[in-house]
Design a protein around this ligand. Sequence first.
Ligand SMILES: Cc1ncc(COP(=O)(O)O)c(C=O)c1O
Length: 389
Amino acid sequence: MRVARRAQDITPFHVMDILAQAKKLEAQGKDIIHLEVGEPDFNTPQPIIEAGITALKAGKTHYTPALGLPELREAIANWYLTRYQITVSSEQIVVTPGASGALMLVMGALLERDKKVMLADPGYPCNRNFARFVEGKAQSISVDASTNYQLTANHINEYWAKETSLALVTSPSNPTGTVLSNNELTELVKVVQTKRGHLVVDEIYHGLTYDGLVTPTVLSVDQNAFVINSFSKFFGMTGWRLGWLVAPEEYVPVMDRLAQNLFLAAPTIAQYAALAAFNDETLAILEQRRQQFEQRRNTLLPVLKDLGLEIKATPQGAFYIYAKATQLFSDKIANSMALTQHWLQQAGVAVTPGNDFGDYQAEQHIRFAYTTNQHRLLEAVERINKLGN
Ligand SMILES: Cc1ncc(COP(=O)(O)O)c(C=O)c1O
């Protein structure tokens, strides 16, 4: 077998191994509590499903334009007006197969061979692999609780090199759930402009924020930023594979060309279904779910701390808690990989080791995804507690 260097360099997700092991244990009759998977446990809201069925029955089974259904591009543009009170033209919207498709387009269009994209470590692992895939490089910057695990204008000033051409931030973040404020976004926009680079903001967890916070979009600070978003998380549509990119209008033709060649178009049924994502009935369901996520976070934070886990920056969004686990280590279990294995095998609790999100202090951290109900969350904590060290 001969595999191209670029494919050899793409790293796998450890969480997939954990998931596979968990499934195996389940097949043996064990009860596993899943806190490893980064997708909502709720099914897609019913109005979206109905719209999908109607589209399917009406024979909407052909390609759409590569940039997406015009009415969906309109609906997304309108979402920026209703949710953020900002005007975005539907011409700036590119509908993609998930945020993954949008990340692929952005990296493909903006990152030259051997040039670097600056990223936070810990951060979403696929980003560095996307960079590799287009023959660019990831420039990982170690971040900690002192900057809320986010890249800041200071980082950019300090580390921007002549090969750096873009900075990618995620707010709310995966794996830490931390959020960039309006001021922080403004500072990032300014500094990236002085470096003549591009700023890409992954806003995939927008809508899932807590403590009364409404996450600002970078578009209210800079109409020329590149924004990644998706129907996967807030809208509960992971399996439909639908996301979007907002790009400055002059970049849309290149995105169109790339989309035509890389995937032709996003899934048609999913696009018709998503037309129902912004109606009042759906939004009411999504708001209830957001509240449930907030309650789960509020339940889980104190009990994890009681277990001896350190949570140094309070997560204000997404559905993740990133915790330092060193207090739970022992001679036999001396890193997060070993700890996650121990919990899975001995307690039937699946979580993700920090190694999936980068290198910086990765072996000390684990990520909990509160994508299961309160009762199961508490049971997971109880099981871990019983294990002791
Ligand atoms: C930060 C971030 N960006 C992008 C994605 C990709 O999501 P999708 O392609 O399902 O929209 C994920 C998925 O977990 C994510 O966490």
